[in-house]
Design a protein around this ligand. Sequence first.
Ligand code: FAD
Ligand code: GLY
Length: 371
Amino acid sequence: MNKVLIIGGGVIGLSIARELKKKGISDITILERGAVGKEASFAAGGMLAPYSETNKFDDFFHFCEESLHLYPNFSEKLFEETGVDIELDKAGTLLLAFNEQDISEINHRYEWQKKAGLAVEKLSATDVHKLEPFVSPDVLAGLFFPNDWQVENRKLVEALHKFCELNEIKVIENTEISKLLTENGKVIGAESKTDKFFADKVILATGAWTSLIQTEVVSLPKVKPIRGQMIEFRTAKRLFSKVIYSTSGYLIPRQNGRILIGATSEDAGFDRNLTEIGTEILRSVALEIAPSLMNLEISEKWLGFRPFAADGLPILGEIAENLFIATAHYRNGILLAPITAEILAERVVNKTNSRYFETFSHKRFQAKVVR
Ligand code: FAD
Ligand code: GLY
């Protein structure tokens, strides 16, 4: 087996390509309908936050945590390979409470994480202000997650793209795959409006667009876009050291003074229009966390489409002969890129199983026969 086609050039497709190359696959092609790394993976916040973003000590949590643990090596190796620093920042993350309901929410999170032996700390308002002096005086309490980190996701996709360029991974942009090519029930490639591409193995890393691909070999799981709008402020000096969540959104400080505020969660199809109401919601998230941002102009706004399956969990594995899938990473695809790439590439190259293929199998959505 020598020739692999990856459909979709987001963080997931690019990370899988890199891992396949490292495992000795010589002929890898990424087919991308637009430009590489410019969809959800570009729009994201880059938070690597299993402790702030999951709600229980289940397989999904473990998957997130394992991927987090891969990041220091992933980031170091990418720097050696490409010279691009993805700005892995281990300053930790705060979750703040501004009212009684927030307090009960953070207490619940504290309880299950403490019970699971995780590193979470309770903070008073004074503790919060010692860590982040620009946080609102209205804060009542907070949690500190020392092991929730962040990366600059735009640098991450840049680094992965550069890896492809330096390692003879073909990247074909502006090429939308409409259909998989099959022969005797096996996948043998994919076709766009104008071209056919043949391969031994095909991987769907098509994010929010996965359900649009046609194929006779398997019923593809439903993945839909959940739109996330973001806004950004800029300051000459960095005002915050940590990612800061409230119960309605988050603030992400980058090294260069950019302050990202996110994000809306909207079931609005592939509508690419930024909305006034979206901006207003994000402004109020920012002002609740740090009223001193009030006087700053918004420097940039953007949106992206999170790939969402009906239960909010990823879909991973081998789904037909020669066909693999890695999609529906929803709110955590940046975090989950290293582990997804590792287990998927192992599966493609060495047929290695992983317990996560069962948890995140596409079969969980198939109708069950009731006897
Ligand atoms: P994408 O980056 O969308 O890439 C899929 C690619 O496939 C696209 O480039 C698309 O053009 C291409 N494609 C699709 N169909 C075809 C086709 N038929 N032919 C050819 N090409 C095709 N995650 C985190 O871990 N941390 C965060 O802080 C975070 N914040 C987020 C904030 C926002 C506002 C949003 C929107 C998302 C956020 N996420 C975050 C989620 C994360 O961005 C996604 O889970 C992740 O980017 C998914 O990666 P992907 O490669 O599957 O999708
Ligand atoms: N993980 C943050 C978001 O999806 O908005």
